[in-house]
Design a protein around this ligand. Structure first.
Ligand code: FAD
Length: 481
């Protein structure tokens, strides 16, 4: 029996029996990409179901802080945003995807303004951006503001059913077409399935992501035969409060916060790209973010969180270290979210469009969710009806379990600075995603963007391309335009 409830403004439906009635568009994940795709599809009158493993605040989107990039300032252009994105991406951004992101991005940000997201009056400057172009809410509450608003709209939307606490374990595939998903409660069929399942950063012991973000999309996608790319590129956020998941946003450094070592000396350009700052911190040992000179009132929620953790940012510098943050790799898609499998789409952090190259520019990922989530929904609507006979219901695979020991191993063997001998050990992990990360990192015998190898510390032009894994093949380096 259904029992409607409310979690964070999001409709909650707990069912013991799941309807096998097919829907038009099935969206897996209720972060920014899933919400955008589900709302976009439902607005056309199509029947949409959105499934999510936990509850609304379990997504990374809910926790995003600094904001959403988008060239909406008077001194800014899509072209400048593209230049910054490609510079951060180190010769690896897929240019067609960057064009889509920067050209459609401003309209998506303006739509959020129209919907009532209470963005701060000033645009923020973040690392790697040449202009103030990051829209934020209360300095560091952007993800919460955007996700809760979209969740409230989803709860009220006609034609849209939201199911929380429903984990997808596998895809139902017949004759090269995705027919839906398998959950512990049974199958759910749809003309089109959009995976918006987020990243894998919680597979690392030090992570900013909610614990469930362990890369289920790539595990499930690869098992079904989808192409996977770029899994060597895990972006580490440089400034995470030591011993916690609390990220201290780039916007703080944009506003003048400085990084100092134990002697109180600065050692890095605080606004350099994240990979450079992360490596500088790891090499320096124990470091601190000094917030004493900035206008802390611009970040009220974050300052309260820091104080809750036992530090007074007005008095002492805050100990920070890097943590796994954003998964650049994922399921390969075209510019409309289409994967190699018919009727299967991917959008947001679980997709590999190539837009971020070898390093994601700060605040480009919420934008990616809005732009590519919408594109995937529009393309998914065109899928033809399901075949009359859906065939046998496949068995439900067992739950993927990740232990603390595995997460420590991934942190040590595929962390900020990587050694090929460590990677070779990790490549034998029984966990499919941990092993995949290691195999991709071994193949990329160079250092580029967020991927740094001790034995090959500089970029090598031979590796200008994306490593792609397809069923039955080794890793193949492809050029994406
Ligand atoms: C602390 C933090 C701060 C950040 N700050 C910023 C920022 O300021 N600007 C920016 O652009 N980006 C930021 N990011 C990155 C950004 O938040 C994410 O890249 C983005 O929100 C990803 O959105 P998504 O919809 O793709 O995935 P998510 O928001 O992670 O949502 C994934 C969804 O999939 C569901 N799911 C996962 N596995 C399953 C399964 N097996 N079955 C069913 N459901 C499943 C999850 O429950 C969840 O609902 C930040 C990230 C973090 C963690």
């Amino acid at each position: 029996m259904d029992s409607p409830n409310s979690v964070g403004g999001c409709q909650r439906i707990v069912t013991t029996q799941m309807s096998t009635e097919p829907c038009h568009v099935l969206v897996v994940g209720s972060g920014a990409a899933g919400l955008t795709a589900a709302l976009e599809a439902a607005e056309t009158g199509a029947s949409v179901t959105m499934l999510t493993k936990g509850h609304a605040p379990d997504s990374s989107s809910w926790h995003a802080q600094g904001g959403i990039a988008g060239a909406i300032g008077d001194d800014d252009t899509a072209e400048l945003h593209a230049i910054d994105t490609e510079r951060a991406g180190r010769e690896l951004c897929r240019q067609s995807a960057v064009r889509v992101l920067v050209e459609e991005g401003p309209d998506r940000v303006r739509e959020l303004i129209t919907l009532g997201v209470p963005f701060d009056p000033e645009l923020n400057l973040e690392g790697g951006h040449s202009r103030r172009r990051v829209s934020s809410v209360d300095g560091a509450a952007t993800g919460w503001a955007v996700s809760s608003l979209l969740s409230r709209r989803a709860a009220k939307a006609d034609h849209l059913t939201v199911r929380e606490a429903t984990a997808v374990r596998s895809l139902v595939i017949a004759d090269g077409r995705c027919l839906g998903v398998m959950t512990p409660d049974g199958p759910l069929y749809a003309r089109a399935t959009i995976l918006a399942m987020g990243g894998a950063a919680a597979l690392w012991a030090r992570s900013t992501n909610p614990p469930g973000q362990i890369g289920d999309a790539v595990a499930i996608g690869a098992a079904a035969g989808a192409a996977i790319a770029d899994m060597e590129f895990m972006q580490f956020h440089p400034t995470v409060l030591e011993g916690s998941r609390l990220l201290l946003t780039e916007a703080l450094r944009g506003d003048g916060a400085i990084l100092i070592d134990e002697k109180g000396e600065r050692f890095v350009d605080e606004l350099a790209p994240r990979d450079e700052v992360s490596r500088a911190i790891v090499r320096r040992g124990r470091v601190f973010l000094d917030l004493r000179a900035i206008d802390r009132d611009r970040f009220p929620g974050l300052m309260a969180e820091i104080e809750k953790s036992g530090f007074d940012p007005a008095v002492v510098p805050i100990p920070v270290s890097p943590a796994a943050h954003y998964t650049i790799g994922g399921i390969v898609t075209d510019l409309h979210g289409r994967t190699d499998i018919g009727a299967l789409y991917a959008a947001g952090e679980c997709a590999a469009t190539g837009v971020h190259g070898a390093n994601r520019l700060a605040s480009n990922s919420l934008l990616e969710c809005l732009v590519f989530g919408r594109r995937a929904a529009l393309a998914a609507l065109d899928e033809p009806p399901l075949p009359a006979r859906l065939g046998e219901v496949p068995p439900v695979p067992p739950e993927r379990v990740t232990t603390e020991q595995l997460r420590e191993q991934v942190w040590l063997q595929a962390g900020v600075i990587r050694d090929p001998a460590d990677l070779a050990v990790l490549a034998r992990s029984p966990d499919p995603v941990a092993a995949m990360v290691a195999r991709f990192a071994i193949a990329r015998a160079e250092s580029r963007g967020v991927h740094y190898r001790t034995d090959a510390p500089v970029a090598n032009p031979l590796f200008e391309g994306h490593f792609v894994m397809r069923p039955g093949q080794g890793l193949i380096l492809e050029q994406w335009t």
